[in-house]
Ligand binder design. Structure first.
Ligand SMILES: Nc1nc2c(c(=O)[nH]1)N[C@H]1C(S)=C(S)[C@@H](COP(=O)(O)OP(=O)(O)OC[C@H]3O[C@@H](n4cnc5c(=O)[nH]c(N)nc54)[C@H](O)[C@@H]3O)O[C@H]1N2
Ligand SMILES: Nc1nc2c(c(=O)[nH]1)N[C@H]1C(S)=C(S)[C@@H](COP(=O)(O)OP(=O)(O)OC[C@H]3O[C@@H](n4cnc5c(=O)[nH]c(N)nc54)[C@H](O)[C@@H]3O)O[C@H]1N2
Ligand code: SF4
Ligand SMILES: [Mo]
Length: 736
């Protein structure tokens, strides 16, 4: 059979690598990195290669499933939508819109169909009960960006190719391949930094794969970053090193920050961080003195009780050392499409506000329209007006990925009705009444709607589906439109493509007024997300403006460019990017200054003898790639890493099974004794626990692993962002 070559962006993690696939007929022969990709230049990790296994996985759901007498049976799409209409509409009429909850998971951020059509379903549903992986992840980053720069996606990323100094806290890009920072081949870029005389410093309770690459690594007590960062900011003022440089006239509130960190002298915070004061001072001096420097934090600094404060203080250091928006510092990418910071009036906006409504049971404030994921179980369990009685999950597996997952499983069982858009029958979707599958990534078009806004270099890349959709599987944007039609009362029989045309025409009329007809005709060869992408690119900052800038970008040009279009290194974007009401960087938002009282009152807190944190590993992806042969083989990955001193104190030897217990649950995991752990801290990866009855993951269930989230407390949150606390939770360990 003749072989053909296809190029495709990997949709599995935030690195967004360009892949080259060799295909024969309907079979993938080989997958490797695409050398000519302008952005990833041939880089690939084992998960990218495993796209073949994902495409071929016999357990992947390929037809709608309806639960009858407790068992899933295949159904047609018409049957599935008819049942959804029959069951969901009466619940909404009887109990109102908030009776339906929506749970949005991580892969939704990687799929253009879900990203571009999900918000429409959300609006149509009109429910306040929106839960997403964002509050298990990066919500503190969005809150800090919103408060300081006026928009949740005004996220600065390290300008790694040009920086002289990178300080990484609570991130392990060597395993995760980067997050809220799209940076394929971190290793290569970090090595280049060191080769040109730059320095890499890592702060983490575990000496990670990234730390192994660094000049320096420092252990820190889990959850204590706010103290270290506060100590560094204090040092900058104390030693006369604070200088915001070029952007100083654009920054409000520097004096307020100085006053707010008065109690955070390195000598006062050192014990709480588990670091010494001299090191804290030295790190501050080094960041200030480096020709250019970037401070970057991620999961470790977000998923803790001071997540928003820690994220904010990272930005504060980048600003006060003159590195914000400067080459080699932390810079703002300029995406070619869909970025709010490239539309509207440059340099000014409405800013952000939170708490327009509160969650019913715990009274948690809404943040960017979401209620914390850790409130989902109680909203389902607690009777009364507004109780969640039905759920739609979209690419979301909270039973494994959210604290107190077993409680979520019990609550899902009590629902009147549940629909899951998902590709597996797994720990969460086994609770559904209807499962609506998605095409394999290789059967779908792709553009990085979100991650283009976080890229280490500006670029435009798009990939077409490698294979036509097998069987009758609907594209996810069409499924979303059908669900939208059902809740809007248009009925399950509506034709999704016709609805899309209708919606596009209405949107075009709003955006283009008298030119709408011309835009509709210019894009009439396209449907769905690709049509929206063409409009997005053409009207974006590099766009051809439908012919007014003939040299500009459009979809056809990006498609024609093998390996994508390089749009150059990151450029300074302040003040035009700001969307604050003042048109300034608001360095000292009152809510953050106020929240600083919490850690200030917590300086002397004693620590439990043992706390648990999570970790990531290259061959795993949150809760769902454990069923793929290429990734599942090899050594056991769901192990508990324990420092040798702790192991001998607790009577644990390498390879034994330990019983790990918290106030909320117990799990068993194999011990791996390692001096890469800080004493008093145990590390267990999340996303495991594939031993739940009713899941259909034949390979994953053979080595199920332990569910870290069965140990975590779903009442612990960062108050400003609603983000879950995923680390620093007290546990005991003993031989099982
Ligand atoms: N303790 C602890 N818990 C954590 C974390 C941690 O560090 N520690 N990390 C958190 C983070 S950062 C995140 S993002 C969350 C992730 O948690 P979730 O948002 O729950 O995402 P995943 O675990 O990746 O599960 C993805 C789901 O989507 C399905 N899926 C995969 N591909 C597709 C597709 O193409 N279409 C559809 N419709 N479905 C698909 C999978 O079958 C699975 O059910 O976990 C969080 N949980
Ligand atoms: N292979 C793989 N890649 C992935 C994923 C995956 O599951 N597997 N998940 C994807 C997703 S959804 C995300 S959000 C990203 C996350 O990307 P990263 O943030 O880079 O992910 P982690 O590897 O979890 O790194 C978090 C680090 O924080 C440390 N840490 C824990 N608590 C603390 C603390 O209190 N302070 C400090 N300073 N450090 C702490 C941990 O030891 C760990 O090394 O990765 C993405 N990429
Ligand atoms: S690093 Fe991420 S995007 Fe790149 S091949 Fe691996 S999973 Fe795919
Ligand atoms: Mo995430």
């Amino acid at each position: 059979m003749t072989e053909t070559i296809h190029h495709r962006i990997c949709p599995l993690c935030e690195a967004c690598c360009g892949l080259e696939l060799k295909v024969a007929g309907d079979k993938v022969v080989a997958i490797r990195g695409h050398e000519a990709d302008v952005f990833s230049a041939g880089y690939i990790c084992p998960k990218g290669v495993a796209l073949k296994d994902l495409h071929e996985d016999p357990d992947r759901v390929r037809t709608p499933l309806i639960k009858r007498d407790g068992r899933f049976v295949p159904a047609t799409w018409d049957e599935a939508f008819a049942l959804i209409e029959e069951r969901l509409v009466p619940i909404l009429s009887a109990h109102g819109r908030d009776a339906l909850g929506l749970s949005l998971g991580n892969p939704g951020a990687h799929k253009m169909g879900l990203l571009l059509y999900g918000p429409r379903l959300r609006r149509a549903l009109g429910t306040r009960n929106i839960f997403s992986a964002s509050t298990l992840d990066q919500m503190p980053r969005h809150v800090a960006s919103g408060l300081l720069f006026g928009h949740l996606f005004n996220v600065p990323v390290p300008d790694l190719p040009r920086t002289g100094y990178l300080l990484v806290l609570g991130a392990n890009p060597m395993a995760s391949n980067g997050s809220m920072w799209t940076v394929p081949d971190f290793r290569g870029k970090a090595k280049a930094l060191r080769a040109r005389g730059g320095k890499l410093v890592v702060v983490d309770p575990r000496r990670t794969e990234t730390a192994a690459l660094a000049d320096e690594h420092h252990f820190i007590r889990p959850g204590a970053d706010v103290f270290l960062l506060g100590g560094m900011v204090h040092t900058l003022f104390d030693e006369g090193l604070a200088d915001a440089g070029r952007i100083a006239p654009l920054v409000n509130g520097i004096d307020d920050v100085q006053a707010a960190v008065r109690g955070f002298a390195p000598e006062a915070v050192a014990a709480r961080c588990g670091m010494d004061a001299a090191t804290i001072r030295r790190l501050a001096r080094e960041v200030a003195a480096a020709p250019s420097a970037a401070v970057y934090g991620r999961i470790g600094t977000c998923t803790q009780e001071y997540g928003t404060l820690a994220t904010w203080l990272i930005d504060v250091i980048n600003v006060l050392t003159g590195n914000m928006d400067e080459p080699g510092g932390s810079m703002f990418p300029m995406a070619p499409a869909f970025a709010a910071n490239t539309t509207g009036e440059p340099g000014r906006g409405r800013g952000v506000s939170f708490g327009r409504h509160r969650s019913r049971v715990s009274g948690e404030p809404e943040v960017f329209g979401e209620i914390p994921m850790t409130c989902m179980a109680e909203e389902m369990e607690t009777p009364g007006a507004g109780q969640v009685r039905a759920m739609i999950t979209v690419a979301s597996n909270p039973v494994l990925s959210s604290p107190n997952g077993p409680r979520i499983a019990r609550a899902l069982d009590q629902l009147d009705f549940m629909v899951s858009m998902d590709i597996y029958v797994n720990e969460t979707t086994r609770h559904a009444d209807v499962i609506l599958p998605a095409p394999s990534p290789l059967e779908d078009d792709h553009y990085d709607v979100a991650f283009s806004q976080l890229s280490w270099r500006n670029q435009a890349r798009v990939s077409a589906a490698v294979f036509p959709v097998a069987g009758s599987v609907m594209k996810e944007w069409q499924t979303l439109l059908k669900l939208q039609a059902i809740v809007e009362g248009k009925g399950a029989v509506v034709d999704a493509t016709a609805l899309d045309d209708e919606q596009f025409a209405a949107d075009a009329a709003k955006q283009f007024g008298k030119h709408a007809a011309a835009v509709i005709s210019a894009t009439s060869h396209l449907k769905g997300p690709m049509r929206l992408l063409d409009v997005g690119l053409r009207m974006g900052p590099y766009g051809d403006q439908f012919g007014r800038k003939p040299d500009g970008l459009n979809l056809a040009k990006v498609q024609a460019a093998q390996g994508g279009v390089d749009l150059g290194e990151l450029l300074p974007r302040l003040p035009a990017l700001l969307r604050t009401a003042s048109g300034k960087v608001e360095l000292a938002p009152p809510s953050l200054l106020d929240d600083l009282k919490r850690p200030a009152a917590d300086l002397a807190r004693g620590e439990p003898p043992m706390v648990i944190i999570g970790r990531r590993e290259v061959r795993s992806n949150n809760s769902w790639m454990h069923n793929l042969p290429l990734l599942a083989k090899g050594p056991e990955r769901c192990t508990a890493l324990v420092n040798p001193a702790d192991a001998s104190r607790l009577g644990l030897a390498d390879g034994v099974i330990a019983r790990i217990a918290s106030a909320h649950g117990e799990v068993n995991a194999r011990v791996q004794v390692s001096d890469e752990m800080m004493p008093g801290v145990v590390s267990l990866p999340h996303g495991w626990g594939h031993d739940r009855p009713g899941s259909q993951l034949s390979l994953a269930s053979q080595r199920p692993g332990a569910n870290l989230n069965a140990l975590l407390d779903d009442s612990r949150r960062d108050p400003l962002s609603g983000n879950a606390v995923l680390g620093g939770v007290a546990v005991t360990l003993a031989p099982a």
